[in-house]
Design a protein around this ligand. Structure first.
Ligand code: SAM
Ligand code: SF4
Ligand code: SF4
Length: 344
């Protein structure tokens, strides 16, 4: 697809727009305790009906507009993105947009063995697989569906075999899985796969987040460094979310995503598109901008472009920078969007 006139845009804090995260579905085959607790996401949960979700044509069109405004990297997420029918076909369509430099996917890995090769052939570059424990009993409890560790590991193997670049994401929550920090670090060091530890975040309104349940970046690094010495590395690029470290005796890296204790809003270049076509300028937003209506009311490319520019020009978000102060003051933001709706 041909690029419409290209330009770079900056928000009120001079942050450029660079990354687009597309949630392709709000459903998931897991019920992770920190994301979609099964008590709240039961059989009667009102997930989006098909007609409310953007079609692949609509996603492709809006993505090409984002690309004309500086987006270079795209991440597909969910819910569980591999539950969206024909996802490799969407990857192929996005890969044909001039100016797209990188397409990545975040998945729980359950369907990865089935789709890894098709995704690679369609033009996917990278995959982040979420795995919070190597212990079946603990992992089954966390994912809420008793899915086994081996199912996810098979997905990772298939992705490796297909030639995808892989990282593994582990959410760390006190009392849930901190005993797995070292076993997971050792396991993925051996495999030469970057493991990224994610501080438990107060996304959405359903996961019962409390500051006391957060294991900080500092604690994680100290724990690993004691067993397997680490050295810090510089970021690869402006806006990199994870702080990088390398094991002193190997080439393998780890990353820490410290949204809570060491936030990175000043370099946040990400915009998010929900499965039902709303744009969010922050993971912790409470309202989005509806592009689906514009798309379905036949707005021109120029009209769509102007609306997105306007959203980005007005962006002031720095929720994580303000969180600690607001939490201490007891000011909780209500009605935040759920992580399963907007993706990570
Ligand atoms: N279902 C896919 C998966 O789990 O990889 C993609 C969507 S999921 C919402 C994206 C990422 O968000 C996952 O790596 C997940 O572990 C992370 N996540 C979800 N809830 C979180 C929370 N409360 N704190 C930190 N990370 C969270
Ligand atoms: Fe599903 Fe991913 Fe949320 Fe787990 S973290 S419930 S796999 S969307
Ligand atoms: Fe970006 Fe919002 Fe996260 Fe800050 S809190 S890094 S602005 S998504």
């Amino acid at each position: 697809m041909k690029l419409i006139d290209s330009e770079k845009i900056f928000d009120t804090l001079k942050r450029p727009l660079k990354d687009l995260r597309i949630s392709v579905i709000d459903r998931c085959n897991f019920r992770c305790v920190y994301c979609m607790p099964k008590e709240l996401f039961g059989d009667d949960f009102p997930f989006l009906p098909q007609y409310e979700m953007l079609t692949f044509e609509e996603i492709e069109r809006i993505t090409s507009i984002f690309v004309s405004l500086g987006v270079e990297k795209i991440r597909l997420t969910g819910g569980e993105p591999l539950l969206r029918k024909d996802l490799p076909h969407l990857v192929e369509r996005l890969n044909h947009i001039d100016g797209v430099k990188d397409i990545a996917l975040t998945t729980n890995g359950v369907h990865l063995s089935k789709y890894a090769q098709q995704l690679k052939d369609a033009g996917l570059h990278r995959v982040n697989v979420s795995l919070d424990s190597l212990d079946d009993k603990q992992f089954g409890k966390i994912n809420g569906r008793n899915v086994k560790v081996s199912t996810v590991l098979k997905g990772i193997e298939a992705a490796e075999k297909a030639g995808l670049f892989i990282k593994v994401n582990m959410v760390v929550k006190k009392g849930m899985n901190e005993d797995q920090i070292i076993p997971m670090a050792k396991f993925f060091k051996e495999k030469n796969i970057t493991l990224r530890f994610i501080e438990f975040m107060d996304v959405g309104n359903s996961n019962g987040w409390d500051l006391s349940q957060v294991i900080s970046k500092k604690e994680i690094v100290e724990m690993i460094d004691k067993e397997m010495p680490l050295q810090p590395l510089d970021p690869n690029y402006f806006g990199e979310v994870a702080s990088r470290y390398r094991y002193v005796d190997s080439k393998t890296e780890i990353g820490i995503i410290s949204s809570v204790t060491d936030s990175f809003c000043s370099s946040c270049t990400r915009i998010r598109l929900s499965a039902d076509g709303k744009i969010y300028t922050c993971l912790f937003a409470d309202k989005g901008f509806d592009v689906r209506t514009l798309l379905r009311e036949k707005a021109s490319d120029q009209e769509l472009k102007e609306s997105i520019k306007n959203v980005w020009f007005n962006r002031k978000d720095r929720y994580s920078d303000e969180r600690l102060e607001q939490t201490i003051k007891g000011n909780k933001r209500k009605n935040k969007i759920e992580m399963s709706y907007i993706g990570g």
